[in-house]
Design a protein around this ligand. Structure first.
Ligand code: SAH
Length: 354
């Protein structure tokens, strides 16, 4: 017997859905109805789509699947309103999503891969290793499930969770198109930030698309030797190639780039490091986001108490626009990748559930 795999309908664009409907002998407008049930009304059960005939609903159930995420763990910070979710994917893998409250509203940080290949030394996601790319629907459903569970509407989306978004380029693009589709969720990409460790060719590709999103680049060090030690990607695309791509992005899109810089004691936090960074970024339309490094159990990296503020002051005095990122959810291990790793370990050690 041949078992045909059902199609993941939440990863489909409206145009794709329209052609499948026509192939099935249905009217094209049916696709828009279904698309709106999924992306506007957020109904994830074909049988509850009341303006679709029983016969078509039967067909939909046979042909498509709606991949839901299950909340494996939900941690709410008692310090601020940050909530961290560990989601279980349909195949048993885990990803993390963080909901953060700011003065202007809610922002959500989503994962784009199960694990990561990039191997940044300070990052917990790297330690847990890479498993697979997320499907567009799996990125989108992190938003839909979180909004439903926390009863909020997010006004900002950041692709800064587990994974390297530009290493899952096609699916991330499809996710962005679904998120912003005017027949669906209609979310403005101006309120989306995509963070990359610096996959240069993909930065050029993204720049050509002029999507309006903010590009955030994890720089973390201003010299090639030091950066290669903490970020292996630098051995493939060095700082000057990366900055050239950023200049192109700015010129082509008219958008300012954000550089992320985790200030790590004895690694990149000296006055000399700040001065080098200021020289490097001079003349680039950018903003530097300084981050106190999150503790990762296996690593001994830390940020000195006054390290970040001093570093920021020095950059600002040299004409570089720099701010210190507010630390949110410090009591719930909001650092990426730690929950997923623990959950995987528990599974392997005997499957204890949370
Ligand atoms: N792969 C992408 C996005 C995921 S990481 C990237 O590299 O940009 C999101 C941000 O968190 C990146 O800037 C990353 O360098 C940073 N980060 C990772 N581990 C960290 C830690 N332990 N402390 C502080 N920032 C960290």
């Amino acid at each position: 017997m041949i078992v045909l795999e059902k199609i993941d309908i939440l990863s489909m664009s409206l145009a794709e859905l329209e052609s499948v409907m026509v192939e099935c002998g249905e009217k094209k407008f049916r696709a828009k109805q279904i698309f709106q049930w999924l992306h506007v009304k957020r109904v994830f059960d074909f049988d509850k789509m009341t303006d679709i005939s029983a016969q078509l609903r039967l067909q939909l159930n046979g042909k498509f699947c709606i991949k839901k995420l299950n909340i494996q763990k939900r941690l709410a910070s008692s310090i601020d309103n940050t909530v961290k979710y560990l989601y279980r994917l349909p195949d048993g893998n885990f990803v993390e999503t963080v909901l953060m409250k700011y003065n202007y509203g809610y922002s959500i940080c989503v994962s784009t891969q199960v694990g990561c290949k990039m191997g940044c030394r300070f990052c917990a996601s790297a330690i847990a290793g890479f498993v697979r790319n997320l499907e567009p629907s799996e990125i989108l459903m992190q938003i839909y499930e979180t909004e439903k569970n926390s009863d909020v509407k997010v006004s900002g989306v950041v692709l800064m969770g587990i994974g390297e978004p530009l290493d899952n380029y096609e699916n991330v693009l499809k996710f962005l198109r679904l998120l912003s589709d005017s027949n669906g969720n209609n979310f403005s990409l101006r309120h989306v930030s995509l963070s990359t460790c610096g996959i240069v060719p993909k930065i050029y590709a993204l720049a050509q698309l002029k999507l309006g999103l903010t590009l955030a680049v994890s720089l973390h060090c201003a010299d090639d030797k030091g950066r290669s030690e903490i970020m292996p990607v630098n051995k493939v695309y060095n700082i000057s190639e990366l900055l050239e791509a950023c200049r192109f992005y700015i010129k082509n899109t008219g958008r300012r780039v954000t550089f992320e810089y985790a200030v790590i004691e004895n690694v990149n936090s000296s006055d000399k490091d700040a001065d080098r960074l200021a020289v490097l970024l001079k003349g680039i339309n950018c903003h530097v986001n300084l981050i106190p490094v999150n503790k990762v159990r296996e690593r001994n990296y830390h940020t000195a108490r006054h390290g970040v503020a001093d570093f920021a002051k020095r950059l600002c005095s040299r004409g570089i626009n720099a701010t210190v990122r507010r630390t949110l959810g410090s009591d719930i291990e909001a650092a990426c990748g730690q929950l997923r790793r623990d959950a995987d370990k528990q599974n392997k050690d005997g499957g204890a559930d949370f």
